[in-house]
Ligand binder design. Structure first.
Ligand code: PMP
Length: 394
């Protein structure tokens, strides 16, 4: 039987760099002592108040179809929160609730881009963007974020990538995998380019609740003229340890919200009521539990940075945001794939080769902070032993 051409465009999973993670999971299944630092799923439990809200909603019979674009209370809560963070008056009608930021990205790409359109992304890139853009047949154009610039965006490079075929830009700051944020000047430059060339800007801000160094992401969406062309993507997955609940959203111009609802009707027909009730509680109750998650990540990042400091061949700095450390291992003489493969094979620690996120990630590895401090300390001890052997061999 024949499959559609689409199936080829969605088949890539970044690169074979993900093989290390797959092997680690398989070895864990066999009972090996693996420390899995290669997936962005935190070990925290979803805060109790949110779980209780879901239980109460289930007990109260909130198990029916919901309005396609989202429950009014949740859309209201997201609109209020987005109005606060973007400093603009967002109407609940501009919010579409999706089963996760991933589905929101997918839906938005289908409603904005045509076959042959060019869409610029910053590289290293969150791996799913290629398939998200491949689905409508758009072409992903990569602009490098360079290690020597601490992976910060260079607006001049962005400007140079724009052609008459460019229809939009997808940015993910705070950035996975590097933790980089946009400065106010960079955000201004991005917004100016979007206005000048009449481009859509999709801003994936799923890590925007997790800051550690005092530096904050400046969203270009908060700038003048961006309301009509800007799309905010976010979710509760990272901020509230709710990856498995599948609840995210897009905040868009009203007309796009209408198109997204039509797509949602054709695709998933609304997110479960009891999930949305709990999500509304998550957004409105915020406060202490959110801070507990954020500060745990910060503590873990410090544990890891301290554990890796002084190791020959490895440089790791405190990320400004997010839930990863993107360590520079070029001094070991290995590339990211070789380093990660050897580390798993000889010590049972699984990290992600930077090459999996794009060419500018070469010679780096991503270390996820989703594991308890004691295991991170053990991981540092194993990495220390491994690095000593490699450097001695050099
Ligand atoms: N965007 C980025 C940059 C991510 O890292 C992730 C999850 N790894 C997502 C979107 C998807 O998040 P969600 O769980 O909300 O679908």
């Amino acid at each position: 039987m024949k499959y559609s051409d689409l199936t080829r465009r969605i088949a890539g999973e970044g690169s074979d760099a993900w093989q290390v993670h797959d092997d680690a999971v398989e070895r864990m299944g066999r009972g090996d002592d693996i420390i899995l630092l290669s997936i962005g799923d935190p070990d925290f439990e979803t805060p109790a108040a949110i779980r209780q809200a879901a239980n109460a909603a289930l007990a109260g019979g909130r198990t029916h179809y919901s309005p396609i674009g989202g429950e009014p209370a949740l859309r209201q809560a997201i609109a209020a929160e987005s109005s606060r963070t973007l400093g603009a008056a967002i109407d609940p009608g501009q919010v579409t609730v999706f089963p996760g930021a991933q589905a929101a990205l997918f839906g938005v790409a289908q409603c904005l881009f045509n076959p042959g359109d060019e869409v610029i992304v910053a590289e290293p890139t969150y791996v799913t963007y290629e398939a998200v853009l491949g689905t409508p047949g758009a072409r992903m154009v990569q602009v490098p974020l360079r290690p020597e610039d601490n992976f910060e965006l260079n607006p001049d490079a962005l400007a140079r990538a724009i052609t008459p075929k460019t229809r939009g830009i997808i940015l993910n700051f705070p950035h996975n995998p590097t933790g980089a944020c946009l400065t106010a000047a960079q955000a201004n430059a991005v917004a100016a380019l979007c206005r000048k060339h009449d481009l859509w800007l999709v801003s994936d801000e799923v890590y925007s609740a997790l800051y550690y160094t005092g530096k904050h992401h400046e969203s270009p969406l908060s700038l003048p003229g961006m309301q009509e062309r800007g799309i905010l993507i976010s979710s509760l997955s990272k901020s509230h340890a709710m990856t498995g609940w599948r609840c995210g959203w897009a905040v868009t111009p009203p007309a796009l919200a209408g198109h997204l609802s039509n797509l949602a009707r054709a695709m998933y027909f609304g997110v479960a009521q009891f999930i949305q009730d709990a999500a509304a509680v998550a957004i409105t109750s915020g406060g202490a539990e959110l801070e507990a998650i954020r500060s745990s990540y910060e503590r873990r990042a410090r544990v890891m940075i301290e554990g890796l400091s002084g190791l020959e061949g490895i440089k790791a700095r405190m990320p400004d945001a997010g839930m990863y450390i993107f360590a520079d291992i070029r001094g070991t003489g290995l590339d990211g794939k070789q380093f990660a493969r050897g580390l798993l094979d000889t010590t049972g620690v699984s990290v992600t080769p930077g090459e999996g996120f794009g060419p500018s990630g070469a010679g780096h590895v991503r270390i996820t902070l989703g594991t308890a401090d004691s295991r991170l300390r053990e991981a540092c001890a194993r990495i220390t032993r491994y690095a000593a052997v490699i450097v001695a061999r050099k």
